[in-house]
Write a protein that binds this ligand. Structure first.
Ligand code: NAP
Length: 226
């Protein structure tokens, strides 16, 4: 089944953590990396996060640069890429910043386990895609997004969604900024959590690029999924 070109973009500490053990967002990168991330967002058809990230950070996922938003409009696109939340049980709060801030389409991907009333309430304001029984079926979701014309998908975490996508061979590239701090903690989320691969299934990756940026380094990896 065809799926969009999909990449994960994340900022992590020297020890691979993407937030604190309290799952509190922490500034890992500087202005240069924020601007690079904004440029990436502006270049995509859609950006995706897991419900854990919405509940922890309440991101708006909008394009911050006026110039980039204007350029998108000139091309006949919405100011912001489609914003997608992967949320099996439709737990997303009504007043989440993703809903309140910025123009453009929003999609909440739920599973059949979501309460009917919650799904009905969501459908009043946003598009809802149902895929999977207990949890969102990510291969099915990405195939639906592909059919909708989403060709370039940016994933902005968190740890569990990243794992779900990588496990299913759905991620083409990973861009990780490694900042100059150590967070520590065995329960602090890492770039990719979940249950982890067995040795035989670990996918090989090729380094595309490594660039020193401010006080850290930006690594770009291609995952060899075949
Ligand atoms: P997450 O990955 O954002 O969301 C995970 C949730 O997605 C799951 O608990 C699950 O909840 C839902 N989900 C639905 N279908 C899924 C599937 N097939 N596979 C995986 N998940 C699925 O949450 P997280 O792991 O708790 O990560 C959040 C943390 O990451 C926060 O602390 C945040 O600050 C941090 N973060 C850091 C960065 C960074 O770049 N530094 C970026 C983003 C987030 P349901 O079963 O209820 O649907």
């Amino acid at each position: 089944m065809p799926t969009p070109f999909t990449f994960i973009n994340a900022a992590m500490s020297i020890d691979g953590k993407i937030s604190t053990r309290q799952r509190r967002q922490i500034r890992i990168s500087g202005d240069t990396d924020f601007d690079r991330m904004d440029q990436l967002r502006a270049s995509c058809d859609a950006v995706m996060v897991g419900i854990g990230t919405v509940l922890a950070d309440d991101p708006s996922l909008t394009v911050k640069s006026d110039e980039r938003r204007s350029k998108r409009l000139e091309k006949g696109l919405d100011e912001n890429p489609v914003r997608i939340v992967v949320d099996s049980k439709a737990r997303i709060p009504k007043n989440a910043d993703i809903f309140r801030k910025g123009a453009g389409k929003r999609i909440v991907a739920v599973s059949e386990s979501a309460a009917f009333d919650r799904v009905k309430a969501l459908r009043k304001n946003v598009m809802v895609i149902m895929a999977g029984k207990d949890q969102v079926d990510l291969p099915e979701l990405l195939s639906i997004l592909d059919e909708m014309g989403i060709q370039r998908l940016m994933v902005e975490g968190g740890a569990s969604l990243n794992w779900g996508l990588v496990k299913n061979g759905l991620v083409d590239e990973i861009y990780s900024f490694i900042g100059n701090l150590i967070i520590g903690g065995s329960t602090a989320p890492t770039l990719i959590d979940g249950e982890g691969f067995d040795e035989a299934d670990i996918p090989a990756c090729s380094l595309i690029d490594a660039e020193k940026m401010e006080e850290g380094v930006l690594l770009k990896w291609k995952i060899n999924n075949d």
